[in-house]
Design a protein around this ligand. Structure first.
Ligand code: DAH
Length: 355
């Protein structure tokens, strides 16, 4: 309707009826909004007619106003009803589109698997912590003094030979004991943490030292140049071999099940006196594996206690060391060390259950 147009009740009623009919056929909010602009916006017949009322003679204004009020209300009602309906439909469509079908196969990345070795190390640590022991984490590059001298290895002991021990260049360290001029080595045993523990933590001392050790072995079915040990050291008043045996049996049960047991065979280590080989028995799947070598142990040699400035007349101690790889090999009947060191996830996956 152009500017200054006359008020035409029929025309605007028809226009609004047309708009309402379109509203009823609309199926989206977008459509509805376009209809609203067309039939109720600034340019619409309805708006123009309202404006034209002003130009009507006074006696017609009231009726025209009533007509327009009714038309607006009809249009608004139709719009409101349809708007609700369309919104509900759109929401239902969106929900349907977002539905997740739980039965569809998912393109998932395969999960990795933790290597059983660090897991076993944690289990061993948990065992010691459960008895109230401390976990000690000594350095892998170690002074020869801690690895050998302080542990009563004589200067000519064969274990010091280049064939067994990795010596590290640029040596000559000053260590915690104030011992200057010791060669540096890659520790050959976690027993190297014994005297450090005694010097830094004092007595009574109950520590377990899990960690990596190094020897100049070739990798083969039973050896690897880098492997793991757990050392245990207890120094206190009145400790005897019975205490040692008790802890060993408890560890065997924790690692190999309730029927596992240990036995000691006389042996020699420079840092224990008396010393023993530690054998293990546990029922394997075939009904008994026989006695297997598991590690070494003994009562702490008085010379080791003296290295740490302790009086062997007052303090006694026991120590033992077991190989972690060996524990895994025995427990799971693994025949080849290569399986442990090569890092093939298919190997690790076999241990995931029961994590
Ligand atoms: N350190 C020894 C080794 O590597 C194992 C060992 C033997 C540890 C006897 C001990 C022990 O504490 O008392 O072969």
């Amino acid at each position: 309707m152009a500017e200054g147009a006359v008020f035409d009740a029929q025309a605007v009623t028809d226009a609004v009826a047309e708009g309402i009919a379109k509203i009823e056929n609309a199926s989206s909010m977008e459509e509805l909004k376009a209809i609203k602009t067309q039939y109720a916006g600034a340019e619409s017949a309805m708006t123009q007619a309202s404006k034209a009322i002003g130009a009507l003679p006074k006696d017609q204004k009231k009726e025209a106003g009533q007509i327009m009020g009714r038309l607006r209300a009809d249009f608004g009602r139709a719009y409101g009803v349809k708007e609700q309906q369309v919104k509900a439909e759109e929401e239902a469509r969106a929900l349907a589109a977002e539905t997740v079908d739980m039965t569809l196969p998912v393109n998932r990345k395969p999960l990795g698997a933790r290597h059983p070795l660090p897991k076993l190390m944690e289990d061993v640590e948990d065992f010691f912590v459960s008895m109230g022991w401390q976990i000690s984490d000594g350095p892998e590059v170690e002074t020869e003094w801690y690895d050998f001298d302080a542990l009563n290895f004589g200067p000519d002991h064969p274990a010091r030979q280049m064939q067994d021990t990795f010596y590290v260049k640029g040596n000559q360290a000053k260590d915690a004991a104030g011992f200057v001029g010791s060669n540096m080595v890659l520790r050959t045993q976690t027993s190297s943490d014994q005297v450090r523990g005694l010097l830094t933590r004092g007595v009574p001392l109950y520590i377990a030292c899990p960690g990596r050790v190094f020897r100049t072995d070739e990798l083969d079915a039973t050896h690897t140049p880098v492997f793991h040990q757990v050392e245990a050291l207890a120094v206190d008043k009145h400790l005897t071999m019975a205490d040692l045996k008790g802890v060993l049996d408890k560890l065997a049960v924790a690692m190999f099940g309730p029927e596992a047991k240990t036995r000691l065979r006389p042996s020699y280590f420079p840092f224990t006196e008396p010393s023993a080989e530690l054998d293990l028995w546990f029922p394997d799947k075939k009904g008994g594996a026989g006695w297997l070598e598991w590690g070494g142990c003994g009562m702490v040699n008085p010379n080791v206690l003296k290295s740490a400035g302790l009086d062997p007349e007052v303090y006694t101690g026991f120590a033992f060391g077991v190989g972690v790889e060996r524990t895994l090999l025995l427990r799971h009947d693994i025949n080849d060390m290569h399986d442990l060191v090569e890092g093939d996830v298919r190997f690790s996956e076999q241990f995931v259950m029961g994590e």
